[in-house]
Design a protein around this ligand. Structure first.
Ligand code: AMP
Length: 219
């Protein structure tokens, strides 16, 4: 089985933490639309200017902008097999667009309940310089407000405020992602992983699901 993997899950499910680990373990690139969009906003590119308002409000950026971005990223892989997609597709029309670009081998759903998501994200802080993620309760920086890695000043993402988090969960996840998850389930490419617990235990669960799929395909 080649490793073309889509990571699904509500905002705050830990997808963004698991995606780079998984990509490293599998030896494939990770493509995270949220990171690419935030970078575009920071760099003040045309895409960034068009996307900024949506990001700040916790709304999905229009499909054509994100699909264009993904198309570019996947083409840049130059036919190399395998990727971990984090944050794309987010709705059925993006999934359809992806199908037009490439097939996938597996969709991994990292599942976390809503109250846990709100609790997790409201305490998340990020370093705008190097992208390191902290959690005030579970993974605080050594010095309050300062990044351990690069000494940058930590910030709260504008869409991590509690009311915006709740909206992202209800609209982006419950409404838009639910039919997408169903379609992957019907296509038998979906595996579900409990996203609660430590980063390591969730990672182990994801890997064992992928391994189980690979062995089943060989049989
Ligand atoms: P994330 O880092 O994946 O939580 O994404 C942060 C924000 O980026 C989302 O709230 C959306 O505004 C935007 N975004 C990321 N991926 C997509 C996507 N596939 N479609 C539309 N908007 C997206």
């Amino acid at each position: 089985m080649s490793c073309r993997i889509v990571l699904l899950g509500p905002p705050g499910s830990g997808k963004g933490t698991q995606a780079p680990r998984l990509a490293k373990e599998l030896g494939v690139p990770q493509i995270a639309t949220g990171d690419l969009l935030r970078q575009a906003v920071k760099n003040g590119t045309e895409l960034g200017k068009q996307a900024k308002g949506f990001l700040d409000r916790g709304e999905l950026v229009p499909d054509e902008l994100v699909v264009g971005l993904i198309d570019e990223q996947l083409k840049a892989l130059n036919g190399k097999k395998g990727f971990v997609l984090d944050g794309f597709p987010r709705n059925p029309s993006q999934a359809k667009a992806l199908e037009g670009i490439t097939g996938i081998d597996l969709a991994v759903l990292v599942d976390v309940p809503r109250d846990e998501v709100v609790r997790r994200l409201s305490a998340r802080r990020v370093c705008p310089n190097c992208g390191q993620i902290y959690h005030l309760e579970f993974r605080p920086p050594k010095r309050s407000g300062i990044c351990d890695v690069c000494q940058g000043n930590l910030v709260q993402r504008s869409d991590d405020k509690p009311d915006v988090v709740a909206k992202r969960y209800d609209v982006q996840y419950n409404e838009q992602a639910a039919p997408l998850i169903e379609s992957y389930r019907k296509a038998s490419v979906l595996v579900e992983v409990d996203g609660r617990g430590s980063i390591e235990s969730v990672f182990e669960r994801i890997l064992s699901e992928i391994q189980a799929r690979k062995s089943a395909k060989k049989r």
